[in-house]
Design a protein around this ligand. Structure first.
Ligand code: HXC
Length: 516
């Protein structure tokens, strides 16, 4: 057998050194923290054996090698591979090399795969684990971040961008994910903040640990910055693969079709009685959604934040859809500032990636109160209007119960450009609820009555008879059909099929000016 050329042996030795990143000791430290290495993560993320690395020989270009050891790859592994047979570009920061920090060449490698992803019209996935800007590289690392941020922005809405946070993500390492479509975090081992606990202590005197400052729970439930959280790295990477299955590879493709195991014409009789007769009694919109979509296909985003609103991907008849809804069992499904932001971002995500929108409406309106008004609910609520009006994907809405006032209008109403508007017989479409309306309109009449209480009750009943049903709205053409709840799934699926070739070009302009 021929001896391998010594140059081949040398290449193998160098490659092996590159594989070890910051060295065995630091890898052990990474494992001891319950974290995987960048290479182990890529193996879990991608289909087996599909990863191809790019630029593994890059090192930092600092002259002063005494203060910064030279590691092959410069702390980030980049390349391409496949997920469910579809090409994706990836980068995985290696915390064992300078804490995964970003310097000039590290940034160059990330930009390179971002550019290739764009050029080839495929998603870019970042696995982040980084102390942010690399101190030793000064402005070069700041400039490198700017290069990444610009690409995050310019490629937004062209190819899907997903960030999986698998360790500390400080400074720039938090801002880049914030510009991407989805952020996935891991409980306990991932956190993101602009300035860490030490800096905060110095500047404001506040004492807090990293987890309480910017851990997964904080960003899932308090800030709404993370869309998905997993209990472990393995599950976070699996979640990334699942999320990608609802997204097309780019903005001129449709999302992948998955042959449905669930009958598209399946009826669910239990839906006919899910809405209680008493409008003050709640039910769970989650139950409605689970019943309507293909079995097991609902992937809720931001489930712990602004829970009065529900957003997430699902499939109907095998086709991906974006679901937006109110959850009447939380704050009666009222729309507040956080719910507005949550729905807006999701509607825009679906619109840029050709994912039809299905909206379930049950809301008494925007949340009244000084706090909300002064915190800018007008500005935030306007975003929902903007997003629905702007969206050109097929849009279908189903009013299950309350659609009062602003909630009726913003939640995918007909004249915001929605294609098909359904209502259940339990729908109440009115400017406001019966009690509030009667107190305003008939105040004098009630006051003058011999028995004001009885008169108010009579007027409330009269108002309900007139407005607290969908027939008034349907009679005036605001609703396309009143359907039995049990047939909702079949109705939406057949409507989506009829809308598959929808063509609704927007007027040419540079870009709109959404009220942020
Ligand atoms: C260079 C860094 C570094 C940094 C960490 N390291 N942060 N090297 N620049 N910013 C190195 C450490 O020296 C160490 O090297 C290795 O990474 C691991 O760090 P440890 O501190 O030992 O790990 P750990 O205890 O897990 O703490 C990780 C950490 C902490 C939370 C990330 O290191 C930290 O707080 N770093 C500073 C974070 C930060 O403030 N970054 C700048 C953000 S400003 P050895 O050789 O021992 O392995 C920014 C501006 C961007 O990003 C602009 C945005 C608009």
């Amino acid at each position: 057998m021929a001896q391998d050329d010594h140059r081949i042996l040398e290449l193998r030795a160098i490659r092996e050194r590159a594989r070890l990143g910051g060295g065995v000791e630091r890898i052990d430290r990474q494992h001891a923290k319950g974290k995987l290495t960048a290479r182990e993560r890529l193996e879990l993320l991608l289909d087996a054996g599909t990863f191809n690395e790019l630029e593994p020989f890059i090192t930092h270009q600092l002259n002063d090698t005494a203060s910064v050891e030279r590691h092959l790859g410069d702390g980030v592994i980049t390349g391409y591979g496949q997920i469910e047979g579809r090409t994706v570009y990836v980068y995985a920061q290696d915390f064992t090399v300078y804490g995964g920090t970003l310097g000039e060449m590290h940034g160059h490698k990330i930009c390179r795969v971002m550019d290739l992803a764009l050029r080839n019209g495929v998603p870019i996935i970042g696995l982040l684990d980084s102390g942010g800007a690399r101190i030793q590289e000064g402005v070069k690392s700041l400039g490198a971040y700017a290069e990444i941020f610009r690409r995050n922005v310019q490629y937004s809405g062209v190819v899907p961008q997903i960030s999986v946070l698998l360790g500390p993500c400080a400074g720039g390492a938090a801002y880049s994910p914030a510009l991407t479509d989805l952020i996935i975090m891991v409980e306990k081992n991932s956190y993101m903040f602009l300035t860490g606990p030490e800096v905060i202590k110095t500047v404001t005197g506040e004492i807090i640990d990293a987890e309480s400052l910017g851990g997964a729970v904080v960003h899932a439930a308090l800030t709404g910055t993370a869309q998905l959280v997993a209990p472990s790295e393995v599950e976070a990477l699996a979640l990334c693969r699942r999320a990608l299955s609802y997204l097309p590879s780019n903005n001129v493709e449709n999302p992948p079709f998955v042959t449905p195991l669930d009958d598209p014409l399946r009826m669910d009789d239990s839906l006919n009685s899910i809405v209680p007769l008493d409008p003050g009694v709640a039910y769970r919109m989650h139950d409605v959604i689970e019943s309507v979509v293909d079995h097991g296909s609902f992937l809720e985003l931001q489930p712990d934040w602004a829970q009065n609103a529900v957003v997430g991907f699902a499939r109907l008849g095998g086709h991906a859809v974006g679901l937006v809804a109110q959850e009447p069992s939380i704050m009666a499904g009222v729309i507040d500032i956080n719910a507005s932001d949550k729905m807006t971002r999701f509607v825009r995500l679906c619109d840029c990636f050709n994912i039809p929108l299905v909206t379930f409406v049950d809301s008494p309106g925007f949340l009244p109160g000084v706090g909300q008004e002064h915190a800018g609910i007008i500005r935030h609520g306007a975003k929902v209007l903007y997003a629905y009006s702007e969206a050109t994907v097929p849009k279908i809405s189903v009013i299950t119960r309350k659609a009062y006032g602003g909630a009726y209008v913003v939640m995918s109403s007909k004249y915001l450009g929605t294609d098909v508007n359904y209502a259940w017989p339990s729908a109440e479409i009115a400017v406001m609820g019966a009690e509030g309306a009667v107190n305003i309109v008939y105040r004098n009449q009630i006051a003058a009555a011999a028995d004001p209480q009885a008169e108010r009750e009579r007027l409330v009943q009269e108002y309900r008879r007139q407005f607290s049903n969908p027939y008034h709205a349907a009679g005036a053409g605001y609703i396309d059909d009143i359907i039995e709840p049990r047939e909702t799934r079949a109705k939406i699926i057949t409507s989506l099929a009829a809308l598959r070739d929808k063509y609704a070009p927007a007027p040419p302009r540079k870009h709109g000016n959404i009220p942020v």
